[in-house]
Write a protein that binds this ligand. Structure first.
Ligand code: GLC
Length: 595
């Protein structure tokens, strides 16, 4: 009997889909923008990670947490204002830097956890307007308008260390009643966010910062909905992020998901999302923070996220005189130079249909235009043999060229079936990431679940690039500082299956990498390719030493050659590997290598 979906469920599903569609439409500019600036600037910027000569009391060294971590008195903390150099402070310079960096929006900390408002707030005395004649949000709004960038505001709604009833983590010990917390909510959060959305023109996004779900926090869902509904009422186009405390799954009306701090995307999503990231470690300026990420690492973070439909919001922590640390501005300007040449492959681009980890040379984005379809191959490592392999795209490209080449000089290529081999010039055009463009007349079809040819011409067949990808396969992650690689524990006979496209037929060697600590030669590998079969014993791989003199012995993984297989002609091949351990023995399988 055919089961029908109950009416209430249908209604629920269609409401969900409808809400998500609205969200995606509202957030279209955000998805296209891909790259934004985050600014952490407030009283803490003047402390620079130290209080009365003592470094911030927490290893994670987030300088903007100094008030809480070092148990500072409110009156003393506000005294940090004396260290601000107001003649030199010009928020327009931050906006100009964002523009030069190729960023499309800016999100500034209007109020961070310390509770201090960077604008002239009528509902609290703990604001810049009470101590100076400056209103940083107004200045930012004007500068953004002038330079054509969108303005977002960070507002710490959950945590507020200043208000008598705001949340600080010590309340886990000393408690707070829901009524007290609601007093904070109604007399500070609601009216302050109302001010921000009323007095400063268009606010493109509100960035809240509760990194746990409301179910685990003092904030109630009703309070969050009150806040969100007010935003919808005041500025219907303003985006709201998931750190409001409501996940996108729980409330599809949330506009975009914010990942963890410095957490990059790991899979393609079809809703808008974003990684907040720092150039070094701290968000607010910290004088001893030196873990600067390189320009190429930052560019790869941006590209990696774009290749999965994500956004990248990169933070600057200016000093109390407004200066942006040189290491930050230098990297941002370098990113801007790269985007000036290659931005077409990032802005308004999308994730392509192939698996994100398909190729070992870099990442792919794509852009469906009216009469054509472009693939952008972001080459992180310029292949030594000057050949770039693209596996899994069926159509023949109309032309291929380097994005940096204004003349669009065609690159030579060969295409058979689902494999394209591109001849690259000997020098990579960009020291960071070079982009190769493939133009098609329409969106090309793909072969899914194919294991790509690696840059050095072999096929690395791993548990996760099998025909059915990770389905039903449980991979034991790498351990012992990576000295034990990721593997599958095989206890009973198990068969792994891959699909590869061989463009250069002939004889190829087959190796299996595994670890086996049982009795010698008990068990068997069998590889079946086309009509050929190879077998090999599962022999002991022994132990290896992790570090000298530490008595740290690791089960060894070794690569064993099983022989050679003849591939008679170019084409698609199914490859099977069966592993049969002897009774009561187990084998840890890593990968198979064919070349
Ligand atoms: C964390 C921190 C905060 C920082 C934010 C940025 O939530 O509490 O200091 O503003 O991450 O993502």
């Amino acid at each position: 009997m055919k089961k029908s979906i109950p009416a209430f469920l249908l209604l629920f599903l269609s409401v969900q889909i409808f809400a998500q569609k609205n969200t995606n439409e509202r957030a279209e500019w955000f998805t296209d923008a891909r790259f934004g600036m985050f600014i952490h600037w407030g009283l803490y910027s003047a402390a620079e990670g130290y209080w009365k000569g003592e470094k911030l009391r927490n290893n994670n060294d987030y300088a903007e947490w100094i008030y809480y971590r070092n148990q500072i008195e409110k009156d003393e903390y506000v005294g940090l204002l004396d260290r601000f150099n107001w003649e030199d402070i010009d928020p327009e310079e931050w906006v100009i830097l964002a523009k030069k960096a190729g960023m499309k929006y800016v999100t500034i900390t209007a109020k961070h956890h310390d509770g201090f408002a960077l604008w002239d707030s009528k509902v609290s005395d703990y604001d810049l307007g009470n101590y100076t004649d400056r209103d940083i949000i107004k200045e930012m709004a004007e500068a953004c308008k002038k330079h054509g960038l969108k303005l977002g505001l960070y507002y710490s709604h959950w945590v507020d260390w200043e208000h008598l009833y705001g949340w600080n983590h010590e309340r886990e010990i000393y408690g707070i009643t829901p009524e007290e917390y609601d007093q904070y909510w109604q007399e500070k959060v609601i009216p302050q966010v109302r001010e921000l959305l009323t007095n400063y023109g268009e606010i493109a996004l509100m960035w809240f910062d509760m990194w746990i779900n409301h179910k685990d926090a003092v904030v109630s869902k009703d309070q969050l909905l009150q806040l969100k509904n007010m935003i919808r009422e005041l500025q219907p186009n303003c985006l709201v992020n998931s750190r409001l405390g409501l996940s996108i799954e729980e409330d599809p009306d949330i506009d975009f998901k914010t990942l963890g701090d410095n957490q990059l995307g790991s899979k393609k999503e079809d809703f808008p999302w974003q990684s907040p990231a720092t150039v070094a470690h701290s968000w607010g300026f910290h004088s001893s923070d030196t873990q600067w990420k390189s320009t190429s690492a930052l560019l790869k973070s941006l590209i990696g996220n774009a290749s999965l439909n994500g956004n990248f919001m990169l933070n600057i922590g200016p000093r109390a005189n407004g200066d942006v640390p040189f290491e930050i501005s230098q990297r941002l300007l370098e990113m801007g130079e790269w985007l000036k040449v290659n931005g077409e492959s990032v802005y308004g681009s999308e994730a392509f249909d192939l698996h994100a980890d398909q190729h070992d040379w870099g990442k792919i984005t794509c852009k469906p235009d009216e009469n054509s379809f472009k693939l952008y191959l972001h080459v992180y490592n310029w292949p030594l043999n000057k050949k770039l392999f693209l596996t899994g795209v069926n159509e023949i490209p109309e032309k291929i060229y380097l994005l940096s080449d204004k003349e669009k000089t065609q690159l030579q290529f060969e295409h058979i079936s689902t494999f394209t081999s591109i001849d690259l010039p000997s020098d990579q055009p960009d020291p960071y990431v070079s982009v190769v463009v493939l133009e098609y007349s329409k969106r090309p079809t793909i072969v899914d679940d194919i294991a790509a040819k690696t840059t050095d011409g072999g096929y690395a067949l791993k548990p996760h690039n099998q025909i059915s990808r990770l389905k039903n396969i449980s991979v034991t992650p790498a351990s012992n500082y990576g000295t034990v690689p990721a593997h599958v524990v095989v206890e009973n006979e198990q068969t792994f299956k891959w699909k590869v496209f061989i463009n250069e037929p002939g004889d190829k060697k087959v190796d299996v990498s595994y670890s086996f600590q049982g009795k010698a030669n008990s068990g068997k590998f069998t590889v079946r390719i086309f009509k050929a079969e190879l077998t090999g014993d599962i022999s002991e791989t022994g132990l290896t030493v992790g570090e000298p003199n530490e008595n740290w012995h690791i089960e060894n993984f070794k690569s064993k050659n099983l022989g050679t297989i003849h591939f008679p002609e170019a084409g698609m091949y199914d490859i099977e590997l069966s592993i049969e351990p002897a009774k009561n023995e187990s084998v840890n399988f890593q990968w198979m290598w064919i070349k």
